[in-house]
Design a protein around this ligand. Sequence first.
Ligand code: KG4
Ligand code: ZN
Length: 382
Amino acid sequence: MAIILGIESSCDESAAALIGSDRTILAHRLAGQEDAHRPYGGVVPEIAARAHVQTLTPLIEAALNDAGMSLGDVDAIAATAGPGLIGGVMVGLVTAKALAMAAGKPLIAVNHLEGHALSPRLADAALEFPYMLLLVSGGHCQILRVDGVGQYRRLATTIDDAAGEAFDKTAKILGLGYPGGPRVEALAKTGDPKAVPLPRPLLGSAEPHFSFAGLKSAVLRAAQSGMHRPEDIAAAFQQAVVDCLVDRLEKALSQSSSSPSPFVPSPSTPPVGVAQDKLQPLAEVEGRDRNGCDGSLDTLGTNGGGVPSKPKTLVVAGGVAANGAIRSALEALAARHDMGFVAPPLWLCTDNAAMIGWAGAERFALGLTDPLDMPARPRWPL
Ligand code: KG4
Ligand code: ZN
């Protein structure tokens, strides 16, 4: 069994974990920074980076102690190398490089999104490639077909805000504070989702992309009108997000089962107002270049004849996947499509180091390690 030290520092959680390639979580330590950011109503990048400098190394030491291990027992050191807040990413990556150099261990530079994308396989040994993944976090909202380690086909992305961002902004508008997602969910439980009419951007549109900026503005108008109870706004907002996620996934699934060449990458000409990098065609996906994978579906996820097999499982990952209403709606959607449904345990949905250690273990098993001059990247499409 290989043992991987995983390090996460891309946003406001410092975390260190020791993960076995047999899926054993030997240790996991996490330090949130909520108190430091709360006065500002959101994550302040420099405060986050400074906090990682203080907390990360003691966390790694504590994780090693918890597992009764020293650095010498570890087979490789995996750290988030992006995307994320660059100061924090640099702290984690440089820490990993220093440890790798000092202990003579290989470095694995993990894409944070790959950490989320593979995290369900840490929790569920039976989850096999290929699977359909809804990756919903504070910075991303994507539908991906996961064909293997380093083999991701992005079928949809957001043309403006991420779903988690919309939760956080709604929380701010409603005066719920930070972090927003869990607070909106808690308040929504006591509200009536039908009491406030809110839009469902892009519902029914031909491409399965997402948009949440208009919904956020509508929440602001509803709150400013003074006509609605906050709990009703929260419930209506959450229901609108659920409806959008389900509709867009329905579209992606129907496209994947109706077209002879089903898994069409994002359009080469983005809709008006869409940042180019948010709709990057598959051919430019950087992770594949680095892995030496060509994205061919012939290597994984086929029935042996080169025909891509239809994903049998719907998987949700990322911080927003912690939301109960979203999980239930997706489970029902999977059942309608005769698919299995996998959602990692709540602690594994939000940022953590176990998923980075696990992505490291998956890469290590394929011999994918990285040189010590690996850059830290604020943007890094999966
Ligand atoms: O994956 P994550 O921990 O960090 C990023 O990589 O972005 O996701 C954080 C996001 C935040 O926007 C947070 O508000 C949202 O996940 N979130 C939730 C819930 N828990 C966390 N959103 C809705 N409902 C929740 N229960
Ligand atoms: Zn994340």
